[in-house]
Write a protein that binds this ligand. Structure first.
Ligand SMILES: [Zn+2]
Length: 330
């Protein structure tokens, strides 16, 4: 898989142009507050500013995150009615859905299905932020498992309902245990965690909905991933106002422990780091990477990508955890 398969350049460039305009319209005048590291609470050190958003890096656990952070209401307005959000939900998604289904969601469903086979049987998968329901379709097709989707957007919730899924049209924070019934469940959430205004609050809400034995599998960006570290502020993954938190394999464990979760596995099954660095070579200042990308064979690039993925150094991270039996009263 190549980066441009899932992010065609001309469509992605237009999306980035609209986003740049929106960051001014929706956030320029917002009040901002310093926030501590979302993983461990330490005071961050300024790393860089991008599109008017300041990013800090935690000196203790290397989490990269937006601070000072605009108020939550500015993000709510942005996600409700901005032109770039509309473009993402319509043009971008429509144009890329077929490719994303093949390149992202089918392999992801196969991977999750394989992971689930190691657990005792689940009655239900709950997809938090299920979007267009593409993952739900694929995992249902492979595993036969019933899927319930939590999706607050009316537009997306309707699309999922039309695909035959049960949809809870709410933010996770508003879901009650009664909405979910009494089943053994595996909660999943993909590419949502980096967007969250308050990841700890999200995890505590989720923990209250879970019963001991339930699992939570999620994917997010790894701030220690190769392309993010090499490209830093030039990384397209560092994309305010969307991506606010870049945890890593160490810091995400700290956060989960404090929110009542026991980690089963953290992996970085990403396949794009080297290709992304190659596509942004004009921003690469490190001599090793410049010469490696310019002079190495495709086989060497592939091998390095596999090494990065195997050693928690790819920027796409997947976490499997369960509700800790001691966490009833968090
Ligand atoms: Zn930290």
């Amino acid at each position: 898989m190549k980066e441009h398969d899932i992010r065609p350049k001309h469509i992605f460039d237009e999306y980035l142009r609209l986003t740049t305009e929106d960051t001014r319209s929706y956030f320029q005048d917002s009040v901002r507050h310093d926030v501590g590291c979302p993983a461990c609470g330490a005071n961050g050190v300024h790393a860089f500013t991008k599109m008017g958003f300041s990013y800090a890096e935690c000196p203790d656990c290397s989490t990269l995150y937006v601070s000072p952070r605009p108020e939550r209401s500015a993000f709510e307005r942005y996600y409700t009615d901005s032109p770039s959000t509309h473009y993402w939900a319509t043009t971008f998604y429509k144009e890329t859905e077929a490719a994303r289904r093949e390149k992202i969601w089918k392999p992801k469903a196969e991977l999750i299905s394989e992971k689930l086979s190691h657990f005792s049987a689940f009655d239900e998968i709950v997809d938090v932020g299920g979007g267009y329901g593409t993952f739900a379709e694929e995992i249902n097709r492979i595993s036969g498992c019933k899927v319930t989707i939590v999706e607050p957007s009316r537009h997306l919730a309707e699309i999922c309902r039309n695909k035959g899924f049960v949809v809870i049209e709410k933010f996770l924070e508003d879901v009650s245990p009664c909405d979910l019934g009494h089943k053994t469940r595996c909660f999943v959430s993909f590419e949502l965690f980096e967007h969250l205004y308050d990841p700890a609050a999200f995890l505590r809400c989720l923990n209250r909905l879970m019963r001991v034995g339930d699992a939570f599998i999620f994917s997010t960006l790894n701030g220690m991933g190769a392309d993010i570290r090499v490209l830093w502020e030039h990384s397209q993954a560092v994309s305010p106002p969307h991506h606010l938190n870049f945890f890593n394999s160490h810091s995400v464990r700290k956060l989960l422990a404090t929110c009542g979760f026991g980690v089963i596995e953290v992996t970085t099954p990403g396949r794009l780091d080297v290709n992304i660095i190659e596509n942004s070579l004009q921003h690469v200042t490190d001599r090793f990477w410049q010469t490696f990308i310019t002079h190495s064979s495709e086989n060497a690039k592939q091998q390095l990508q596999e090494f990065l993925a195997a050693h928690l150094l790819s920027s796409h991270m997947m976490v499997i955890c369960k509700k800790d039996s001691e966490s009833y009263n968090l």
